[in-house]
Design a protein around this ligand. Structure first.
Ligand SMILES: Nc1ncnc2c1ncn2[C@@H]1O[C@H](COP(=O)(O)OP(=O)(O)OP(=O)(O)O)[C@@H](O)[C@H]1O
Length: 516
């Protein structure tokens, strides 16, 4: 389908074959202009039958009865709608607020500026003497964003819109613009006017029982049902509304729960210093609280930053090992590193034992009380790879880690690691982590290293995330082409202490300072 012709433009005097007002006498040109105006008004009236009905009725009362009848009629309507809004705000938003706002913004913001916006952003194309524009279809406006459905013209790809997204955001005065592909030749431009993840999210409720395939970590942006946009009315009518998703069109910010799969995967959390990696780690630990108590999950934690990040919740860990990567005394540093190696080799021993046990019986370990899922939690992975000084420890750690990362998923020995610098020189095992989370990063190239090729072009602007919103990042979700923006909940030190106090102390903690 070819996009609608926006306007025939003159390319050069010789090429111009299309009608221009100059060729007509003034009277005919005026008549033509009037015809177009009336046509547009009729189209507008047809698009908004309710508004047309109210205006026509008020006009009829004014001219046929008395002006006071028209004023009374409008006053009654205002009263009825105010009452509706006061008593049933959600229904009012769905049936009146959002449709009215959508219609207004479609006509006043988008239709009015559509042609110059498309032309100047390089999204129009010439064919013959005609200029073709992408077609503006439906607009749904919420208080946080506008979803603008667009049909592309022949030869266009979503990449063209992604390249123009920043320019479009400026044209339509939005904070940012995302591109979501709906299907062949059709996409949705999401113009975000208000950041729904701007405010910190307090620690989430502890799920009990937890679903290890969908652990609540925080919130994610969700501006539309995954495949197509539909108004709240349509969703209600078709019974499509999902209770866990707040769709655009309900008048509330478009966000839903950010659920993370743990079982069957390894997770890498990347982010510059202060990006909020700790909050992702602690939100994950918090979501596992009930499973740890039920002895279905064991956390083996390594904190090479002197225990600063994880020591608060040491009671929750089956094994806890900490050391300081800033240690000046080389012998002491070596002893830490050898202990990390031993720690990981113990996990390998467990992995081997499980392989023996499960061989021929099952291809996937199912955690049960007493035969738990082992989660190896590493706060700064680079301290176990790039920053190691002891050669022997380095080789042993690399061997153990690559073995766990390549064979651990099936037998329930998983790694969850945080790292500041995601480059291969720092984390040679990066590609062995199937699940990756990118928080604020220091430069644009790092985004594709973490989330995969083209992720930044598709909207994962991790390098542009402000320092003022720690815990915000992007993830790539199964079946969703565009990276999704997320924010982790923030368990405070008090939340962590409160959670940890109910756990036992029968763990093995290697406190190197004491050992030394
Ligand atoms: N999800 C969040 N919501 C709100 N504030 C947060 C969140 N996560 C972290 N913060 C704030 O940001 C600060 C830095 O966070 P955090 O220590 O987790 O960063 P980090 O990525 O682990 O940094 P580093 O690598 O230097 O340890 C925290 O002290 C906290 O005040």
């Amino acid at each position: 389908m070819i996009g609608r012709v926006g306007k025939a433009v003159r390319k050069s005097p010789q090429e111009m074959t299309l009608v221009t007002p100059k060729k007509y006498p003034l009277g005919v040109a005026l008549l033509l202009w009037l015809g177009v105006l009336v046509g547009r008004l009729l189209l507008l009236a047809g698009r908004h039958p309710m508004v047309t009905f109210v205006l026509v009725t008020a006009g009829a009362l004014w001219f046929r009865v008395h002006w006071s009848a028209a004023v009374a009629y409008v006053a009654v309507l205002v009263l009825v709608f105010s009452g509706w809004r006061w008593k049933w705000p959600q229904a009012f938003r769905t049936w009146v607020g959002v449709p009215a706002r959508s219609a207004w913004r479609r006509e006043v913001i988008y239709r009015r500026h559509w042609q110059p916006a498309m032309v100047l952003s390089g999204l129009s194309n010439d064919f013959g003497h005609m200029e073709y524009l992408p077609v503006l279809r439906r607009v749904i406006s919420d208080n946080a964003c506008d979803l603008v459905r667009v049909s592309m013209i022949y030869g266009q790809t979503p990449g063209d819109f992604e390249a123009a997204a920043e320019a479009l955001a400026h044209v339509f005065k939005a904070a940012s613009c995302r591109v979501v592909v709906n299907g062949p030749q059709e996409l949705t431009l999401i113009f975000i006017r208000r950041d729904v993840l701007a405010a910190p999210i307090p620690a989430l409720d502890i799920p009990n029982p937890p679903n290890l395939a969908a652990l609540p970590i925080g919130h994610r942006e969700q501006y539309a049902p995954p495949t197509r946009i539909a108004s709240a009315k349509t969703l209600v009518r078709k019974g499509l509304r999902r209770p866990d998703v707040v769709e655009v069109g309900t008048g509330q910010a478009g966000r839903s729960a950010w659920l993370l799969r743990l079982i069957g995967t390894h997770i890498l959390i990347t982010g510059a210093t202060g990006a909020g990696k700790g909050s992702v780690l602690w939100s994950l630990i918090r979501s596992l609280d009930a499973a740890i108590r039920a002895r279905m999950v064991e956390i083996w934690a390594i904190d090479p930053k002197g225990g600063m990040e994880l020591a608060f919740g040491a009671r929750m860990f089956a094994r806890f090992c900490y050391g300081s990567d800033r240690e000046q005394d080389t012998d002491k540093k070596r002893s830490y590193e050898l202990a990390y190696a031993e720690f990981l080799e113990d996990a390998v021993t467990e992995l081997r034992a499980r392989q023996e046990r499960l061989r021929g019986f099952s291809r996937l370990h199912v955690p049960v009380p007493g035969d738990p899922l082992i989660v190896i939690l590493i706060d700064e992975l680079a301290s176990l790879s790039a920053y190691i000084v002891d050669r022997d420890a380095k080789t042993r750690i690399a061997k153990a880690l690559s073995l766990i990362l390549s064979q651990g998923r099936a037998v329930g020995v998983l790694v969850v690691a945080a790292v500041q610098d995601p480059r291969k020189e720092t984390v040679p095992f990066r590609d062995l982590f199937p699940t990756r989370i990118a928080l604020r990063l220091t430069d644009a190239e790092q985004v594709d290293l973490v989330l995969g090729k083209g992720a930044r072009d598709r909207g994962a602007l991790c390098d542009l995330l402000p320092e003022s919103t720690p815990g915000v990042g992007y993830v790539v979700l199964e079946g969703v082409r565009e990276p999704v923006r997320v924010r982790a909940g923030y368990p405070t030190d008090a939340d962590i202490r409160e959670m940890a106090q109910f756990h036992g102390t029968d763990r093995s903690t290697v406190a190197f300072d004491e050992a030394a």
